[in-house]
Design a protein around this ligand. Structure first.
Ligand SMILES: NC(=O)c1ccc[n+]([C@@H]2O[C@H](COP(=O)([O-])OP(=O)(O)OC[C@H]3O[C@@H](n4cnc5c(N)ncnc54)[C@H](O)[C@@H]3O)[C@@H](O)[C@H]2O)c1
Length: 303
């Protein structure tokens, strides 16, 4: 049961959630697991193989150690918190969970399949949440036996540091499920904003349009990369410029999101800048490929 000992948000004991099951132990799943465990919840972190689940647990530990270095949690809390996370392969252990948070890759068919399988495992009151950043929650939910228990709960990266959670009820989501999911997110110390289930919600739509507009300005020769990045940073107090952010998010991901927005709205403001498409075709995806709008040379080996 959640003891709330590390909580600075609302008290987990007020929440009806005690056991958390996270499906997908990648960047987001490991962060969500670390966050929930740091607030006292018992967490199962699941992936398709032991190797991936262990890697997720290692990443959760690293994130907690980083938080301890920043002083946001005590160093003794790292081991205590990690002790609340166990790993699993396959969905069977979702059986006893009060909330499942799906953090598998951003692929509609994959997520629908997961919600189909989860429906056969979980108890009658389990909340099924998806961490999708752009896909329609209602389309994911419709694969579940009971779509009224499915809700979007969109965390941000890195989870331990980012304050926001976007809450997205689907068409069928019951009000009590929305309230329980919001209460759970608040118990993690997050601030919750609610968005209707439209493509990209609030944040992903804003991010994609901002990055696309910056790419158009560069493409049209309005200003240089560095001047556009400086303009956003110094003019709007953004912590990083749009090109640095595009590189962080991934240009392929951004183009995919713009395509989701175009498919959903058919509005020309979501017309993807050709510069983004040609950079993706050239393999310049941003940080993850070593080059995007900026270069990211591999760190020199110390060995
Ligand atoms: N990366 C971000 O900055 C970010 C931010 C907010 C939301 N999101 C969303 O979170 C979700 C996960 O993104 P990520 O960046 O953590 O991806 P990731 O690729 O780092 O992790 C996904 C994990 O899911 C696992 N997986 C694949 N199929 C699975 C299955 N059937 N069952 C269980 N696990 C499975 C993979 O092995 C992998 O470990 C996506 O929907 C993404 O859009 C990502």
């Amino acid at each position: 049961m959640a003891d709330g000992s590390l909580s600075s948000g609302s008290d987990p004991r007020r929440s009806l959630v005690h056991r958390v099951f996270v499906a997908g132990a990648g960047i987001m799943g490991s962060g969500i697991a670390a966050q929930a465990a740091s607030k006292g919840y018992a967490v199962t972190l699941e992936d398709v193989s032991e190797e991936f689940a262990r890697r997720g647990l290692d990443n959760a530990r690293r994130a907690l150690e980083h938080a301890a270095k920043r002083g946001t949690i005590g160093s003794a809390a790292v081991e205590e918190t990690i002790g609340r996370i166990d790993i699993a392969i396959g969905l069977r252990r979702a059986e006893g969970a009060d909330i499942v948070i799906e953090a598998a890759p951003e692929n509609l068919e994959l997520k629908r399949q997961l919600f189909r399988e989860l429906s056969a495992v979980v108890g009658p009151t389990t909340i099924l949440a998806t961490n999708t950043s752009s896909l329609p929650v209602t389309s994911i939910a419709s694969a579940a036996t009971d779509p009224s228990r499915v809700v979007g709960l969109h965390f941000f990266n890195p989870v331990l540091q980012m304050e926001l959670v976007e809450l997205i009820p689907g068409v069928h989501t019951r009000p009590d499920v929305v309230e329980r999911a919001a209460e759970f997110a608040r118990s993690l110390g997050k601030t919750v904003v609610t968005s209707k289930d439209t493509p990209g919600f609030v944040t992903t739509r804003a991010m994609a349009v901002m990055g696309n507009e910056a790419a158009w300005m560069l493409y049209e020769g309005i200003a240089t990369r560095d001047d556009i990045d400086a303009a956003y940073q110094l003019g709007f107090h953004h912590p990083m410029g749009p090109f640095a952010l595009l590189d962080l998010v991934g240009l392929d991901t951004t183009v995919a999101i713009l395509d989701v927005l175009w498919d959903g709205f058919r509005d020309s403001k979501y017309r993807t800048c050709p510069l983004l498409r040609s950079m993706v075709a050239a393999g310049k995806l941003g940080r993850k490929s070593g080059a995007g709008f900026y270069d990211y040379p591999p760190k020199a080996s110390t060995g």
